[in-house]
Design a protein around this ligand. Structure first.
Ligand code: ATP
Length: 511
């Protein structure tokens, strides 16, 4: 665990040092749980958005995009249930004065039990070697069974108390499990209370006429209220989807862990409208599709897992998270929810406008059901950054920090560097940049030794470094070095475009 926390610390300082992520308004000592993306962070973030948008919108002829406003009519949030039910159960430790989400404390306890099971399994593998039957071991080993029983009973109690909104029962569970505060180590807890996560502000310039409006806590409602606008103007036929990338705001109780939990963050959401009764088919389809989207990045399939929800949100009839193995452990990266017809029906009721779809094949009019895929862009950013961050010891004993970011997502695709700052080499390097920069983000670097320049590019994840030397002026060839293998090759300048396309283009990633 300590090693993992160290890794997060390393990533945070690396991200700052190289211009990926800065604490917001740092000169004023920052603002908690708010971050700014620097010059490289902005590039990586844009590439992540493009990867998502291409896969969801460009490659589906039945999904279209939307860019709705952050401010929405306040009744939106009454209809969606956010004013009444967008709460987290919070609890304070009286000794450390730290505030926690009660459900997260319990989830952490469950995760510890899971880790105990995995440790037992590892021990078994070591003890029995090739003869080890993991399935049987998991089904019969007394220690494994005991932990599993604990998990099941805790999950059941948590689900029941949260669903019944029985905050005293949630408190009692924390007491019974003897959960201690990670900071003070004490069990001196306050009662559990509900806390609404929406930020509010006021609209209207004349005092007295101001109305409370909210910063949207999710982008989804902008899609629901535009459902008919898009369907009609785009002549969309069910099943079809609307996708949107945009900021969302939540007054999180516990905002820690870097860009994992922020108060201002970005979501990439898609609402897929389907026939009532067909939602489970599409729910399973999108669950699988989204996991494949993650796997395609080759960050390691074992870093992802599904977590099916026990406690369903007020609008859902099925929900699953795709969890990622962050430096802090497995945590939610994306949610796939079957939202039924809840939202559209609520908006019909509160607006008095019909939000029906006429299905020409069924010759029937209905309120569509909705499957939603919702991923946090910032969490995706952290997933890529943490899985890419490697501290390597090289054959000669030296060390390098390298970001093995999937080539297509890397901020720069190549760095073009003249061996020396004279003899026409910089000019030649600039020529190469001119030739390629319309298709690829490139960097130019002429400072320090080539070895140091390589290290700098490794540290920011640039897949290729291209060196122009004196020979290049005569034979139009350059040395191209691969970030991951560190192999160097002599190639024609005229081949560079093809090489970069093969490794760093969207086609390369999607293939
Ligand atoms: P959590 O349980 O971690 O609070 P959630 O279940 O409330 O997340 P959703 O409402 O399903 O999250 O939001 C969809 C996605 O938005 C999440 O999977 C996550 O990637 C992202 N997200 C939610 N809250 C935050 C936040 N405070 N900071 C960054 N990303 C967030």
């Amino acid at each position: 665990m300590e090693q993992r926390e160290d890794k997060l610390k390393d990533i945070i300082s690396h991200a700052k040092e190289y211009g990926f992520v800065f604490p917001s308004s740092e000169i004023y000592d920052g603002l908690s749980a708010t971050y700014d993306y620097g010059q490289l962070g902005a590039e990586l973030k844009n590439n992540l958005k493009t990867y998502w948008w291409k896969s969801m919108v460009q490659m589906h002829d039945n999904i279209v995009g939307l860019d709705s406003a952050i401010f929405m009519h306040p009744t939106t949030w009454k209809a969606s249930g956010h004013i009444d039910a967008f709460n987290d159960p919070l609890i304070d430790n009286k000794d450390s004065k730290k505030r926690y989400r009660a459900d997260v404390l319990i989830e952490d306890y469950i995760e510890k039990q899971r880790q105990k099971i995995e440790k037992e399994v590892e021990k078994g593998i070591k003890r029995f070697g090739a003869d080890f039957d993991e399935t049987q071991f998991r089904a019969t080993n007394p220690n494994v069974l005991r932990s599993q029983e604990k998990i099941d009973s805790v999950e059941k109690r948590m689900k029941e108390s949260l669903e019944a909104n029985d905050l005293e029962a949630v408190y009692q569970l924390i007491v019974d499990l003897e959960i201690t505060c990670p900071i003070s180590g004490s069990k001196n807890w306050t009662e559990v209370r509900q806390f609404n996560l929406m930020f509010s502000t006021e609209l209207g310039s004349v005092s007295g006429e101001a109305a409370t409006i909210y910063l949207r806590p999710e982008t989804a409602q902008g899609i629901f209220v535009n459902f008919l606008n898009v369907q009609k103007s785009g002549r969309m036929k069910i099943p079809f989807g609307i996708a949107q990338i945009g900021k969302a705001f939540r007054n999180e109780i516990v905002a820690r862990q870097f860009i994992f939990r922020m108060r201002e963050f970005e979501q990439m959401e898609m609402q897929f409208f389907v026939r009532p009764g067909e939602e489970m088919k599409w729910y399973n389809y999108w669950k699988e599709f989204r996991l494949n989207w993650h796997h395609a990045l080759n960050l390691g399939d074992e870093k992802y897992r599904y977590h099916d929800h026990l406690k369903l949100a007020h609008y859902a009839n099925a929900a699953s998270d795709i969890e990622f193995d962050f430096p802090m452990g497995f945590k939610e990266l994306e949610g796939i929810h079957s939202r039924t017809d809840f939202d559209l029906k609520q908006h019909e009721q509160h607006s008095g406008k019909k939000l029906h779809y006429f299905d020409p094949e069924l010759n029937q009019s209905y309120v569509p059901y909705v499957i939603e895929t919702s991923i946090g862009l910032d969490r995706m950013f952290l997933a890529v950054l943490s899985a890419s961050y490697k501290n390597e010891t090289l054959e000669d004993g030296s060390e390098r920090v390298v970001l093995k970011i999937p080539a297509t997502l890397a901020p720069y695709k190549a760095c073009i560097m003249p061996l020396v700052k004279k003899d026409g080499l910089p000019e030649k390097a600039r020529e190469i940049i001119k030739m390629l920069q319309l298709d690829f983000m490139l960097q130019y670097d002429e400072k320090d030794s080539i070895g140091k320049r390589y290290r700098r590019q490794d540290a920011i994840g640039t897949p290729f470094s291209v060196t122009v030397d004196h020979q290049s002026l005569e034979d139009n060839m350059v040395t191209i070095r691969d970030r991951d293998t560190m192999e160097q090759q002599r190639v024609l300048i005229s081949e560079l475009s093809t090489i970069l396309h093969q490794k760093c283009s969207w086609t390369a990633l999607f293939n």
